[in-house]
Design a protein around this ligand. Structure first.
Ligand code: AMP
Length: 281
């Protein structure tokens, strides 16, 4: 497995893959890899000839410096995991390589990033779109794989790829969960045992929305009512948002007449967790 720490090394390797007319699957991550990331790597492995994983804790997407400071890092273990999953190359640039002095440019995907996580994390999605575009330009993958766990991020990247005519196919994979339903997240490491129990309310709220939807309810307020009953009952969490939106553009909706997403974010102590489920019509 190759490990590249400079942009030119990464570019040279990718160039070789392209000139050999091979497909290249790319999995962007911020490290501290878990089974959720591994499922994306496996997807790339199945779809493409070569697989590259990036590990870059991107400071410009953090609106909260404490969140950045406490974000788990496990470089050595990440490399071992990638090697075990037959990853061909890992790209681990430094901050200075990605954002040299006088760096000025920012990508903004407008409407889609305004509500939900965008409302409480100012500049977050600009940071995500900017780093993903930079990584696409450096690596030039044929495919890039993202998790549905970060639903608004996925919709934002899909929009950017369409709007800017980027020659990459975006592939998404379902959320990987613990046995009790908690979505795997690097930030779960920061939960105490008690907080982890409180965090299960997220999944219970998803189950409640899904069950209500299955019973034929299409009114968004009533579907949300089922979620809020669970979330409000859980004293150990603070709701950031719980909303039902159109699945493609994330427009607010009052009825689920086409595919929609129930998206939820809560604070459990100092840790902010998100989850979602798609309601397919
Ligand atoms: P991160 O390292 O948190 O930036 O995540 C990198 C990629 O892994 C993103 O595309 C995430 O959506 C995806 N991801 C994170 N957690 C999960 C999960 N539990 N299941 C599936 N994909 C995930």
């Amino acid at each position: 497995m190759k490990v590249f720490r400079t942009i030119s090394e990464m570019q040279n390797w990718s160039h070789g893959i392209r000139t050999a007319h091979k497909t290249l699957g790319f999995v962007p991550t911020m490290g501290a890899l878990h089974e959720g990331h591994i499922s994306l790597i496996n997807c790339a492995r199945e779809m493409t000839d070569k697989v590259v994983v990036s590990i870059f804790l991107n400071p410009i997407q953090f609106d909260n410096q404490e969140d950045l400071r406490t974000y788990p890092i496990s470089e050595e273990n990440d490399l071992l995991l990638c090697e075990a999953e037959n990853v061909d190359a890992v790209f681990m640039p430094t901050y200075e390589k990605m954002y040299p002095e006088f760096y000025q440019t920012n990508i903004q995907v407008k409407e889609i990033t305004k509500g939900l996580c965008g409302a409480s994390r100012e500049g977050h999605f600009d940071g995500v779109a900017t780093v993903v575009l930079k990584l696409f330009n450096i690596i030039q993958p044929t495919h890039a794989i993202f998790g549905e766990k970060d639903y608004q991020q996925l919709v934002t990247i899909r929009r950017m790829v369409v709007d800017l005519n980027l020659p990459v196919e975006i592939v998404s994979r379902p959320t990987v969960r613990e046995e009790d339903g908690l979505a795997l997240s690097t930030r779960n490491q920061r939960l105490s045992k008690k907080e982890r129990q409180h965090a299960l309310a997220l999944y219970r709220s998803i189950k409640a929305v899904q069950a209500t939807f299955k019973n034929g309810e299409r009114n968004a307020d009533r579907l949300l009512g089922a979620a809020n009953e669970i979330l409000n009952d859980e004293a150990g969490i603070m709701i950031d948002y719980a909303e039902i939106r159109d699945a493609e553009f994330l427009h607010p909706i009052s009825r689920v007449d086409k595919d929609a997403v129930y998206a939820v974010a809560v604070f459990v102590g100092l840790v902010r967790l998100i989850d979602n489920c798609v309601l397919k019509v």
